[in-house]
Ligand binder design. Structure first.
Ligand code: FNR
Length: 368
């Protein structure tokens, strides 16, 4: 279908599924085990309802905000997703270019299929990019990556902390297996490797020994803000705040790691409560992000109301460019932008900072 028939972020998924090579679809769409967490990530938003306010002069609304001190046209960012070329030859550059045009921040993945420097070079002056880091067993390599990123103007270091081992994504594993089924007469070791799917092959360098103690070292090698991506409990949110990092991403990795991990929006409620109790929230120097299952501006507004600084979105942008290239991503931003403006008006909030806790009824996901 032509691009202008895409009316919501869901539409890109349907088109991508129909046209993408099966291997790419399997890698992008897959999640751990029975994909219960993956489904819950989106469904959890359905349990939160709005309490809109009226008669507040909604002539003008503004959905821009700042994320780690950087301007953003909306309270969203493109989160890191590996292997961007599987869906489209330009890969992650589709994201860089569209993000530059629309004032959106891109988080560059360690495992991108375009080079880091290509993505930085493709950014326009003033465009903000973050870096997602998988920490290598060889810390010298990690140090080189981090310091190069800082030198190239990266504005935030997101250390992934939910992947000491890769989750089991059977859709991905099966496809790989079938795809190379004709070569199965090789050694057993080979068979084992193939059966792990696209993801496993590229992640053996990740250090499962990473621990809280490593954070001090990161602070000595960079001045970039450090954010922990993949926090899932209030206990670890408090530890992160006390460790002096600049933020956390409440995330279960798009449901691709621990099956039956809770949705980020549910975790957000307990995290904010625990931080408040300890006078650690609100804190302008400690940002709280969420990601996973966000498909509508209303999802984002719910997270903002409950205390999030901004929200990461992954698969929808992959699907958008796999189907329509860079233009698809721009269209996805346009759709979200229009949804934001309309829903801010209907909610009675002139700006993102006017989206407050009393505007949502989150009783069905709160702890108490
Ligand atoms: C991811 N994600 C991810 N996270 C990370 O820290 N490093 C990575 O290399 C990847 N790679 C990756 C690949 C693909 C195909 C997906 C779908 C996801 C997780 C990602 O940053 C984010 O947590 C989720 O994608 C958010 O969920 P949605 O928006 O995709 O539902």
């Amino acid at each position: 279908p032509p691009l202008d028939e895409c009316l919501s972020l869901h539409d890109f998924e349907a088109v991508a599924k129909a046209i993408m090579p099966i291997k790419a679809w399997a890698y992008y769409s897959s999640a751990a085990d029975d994909e219960i967490t993956h489904r819950e990530n989106h469904l959890a938003y359905h349990r939160i309802w709005f309490r809109p306010r009226i008669l507040r002069d909604m002539t003008k609304v503004d959905c821009s905000t700042t994320i780690l001190g950087q301007k953003s046209s909306m309270p969203i960012y493109i989160t890191a997703t590996a292997l961007g070329k599987l869906g489209h030859p330009e890969g992650e550059l589709n994201l860089t270019r569209a993000a530059g045009k629309r004032g959106i921040i891109q988080m560059i993945p360690t495992l991108a299929s375009r080079s880091f420097d290509e993505m930085v070079d493709a950014a326009i002056p003033g465009q903000t990019q973050f870096l997602q880091l998988y920490v290598n067993r060889d810390r010298e390599i990690t140090k080189r990556i981090v310091q190069h990123a800082e030198k190239r103007g990266i504005k935030g270091l997101f250390i992934t902390v939910d992947a000491p081992q890769l989750g089991r994504r059977e859709k991905d594993m099966r496809t790989k297996f079938e795809d190379e089924g004709t070569h199965l007469q090789k050694s057993r070791q080979d068979q084992l490797d193939r059966s792990q799917g696209a993801a496993k092959a590229i992640t053996t360098f990740i250090d499962p020994g990473l621990s809280w103690k490593d954070l001090d070292w990161f602070k000595t090698i960079t001045k970039m803000p450090i954010i922990l991506k993949g926090v899932q409990t209030w206990e670890d949110a408090v530890l992160a705040a006390e460790a002096g990092v600049q933020g956390i991403v409440l995330s279960n990795h798009g449901g691709r790691q621990l099956e039956f991990a809770r949705s980020a929006i549910e975790v957000l409620v307990e995290v904010i409560a625990a931080l408040k109790e300890r006078n650690l929230f609100p804190n302008p120097n400690f940002a709280i992000f969420v990601d996973g299952g966000v498909r509508r501006a209303t999802d984002v507004l719910k997270a903002i109301a409950l205390g999030a600084t901004a929200v990461g979105i992954g698969r929808p942008f992959l699907y958008a460019y796999s189907a329509y290239g860079e233009e698809g991503v721009e269209k996805a931003f346009q759709i979200l932008f229009e949804e934001f403006e309309m829903n801010l008006r209907l909610l009675g909030a002139n700006s993102i900072k006017d989206v407050v806790p009393s505007m949502v009824d989150a009783r069905s996901i709160s702890l108490h």
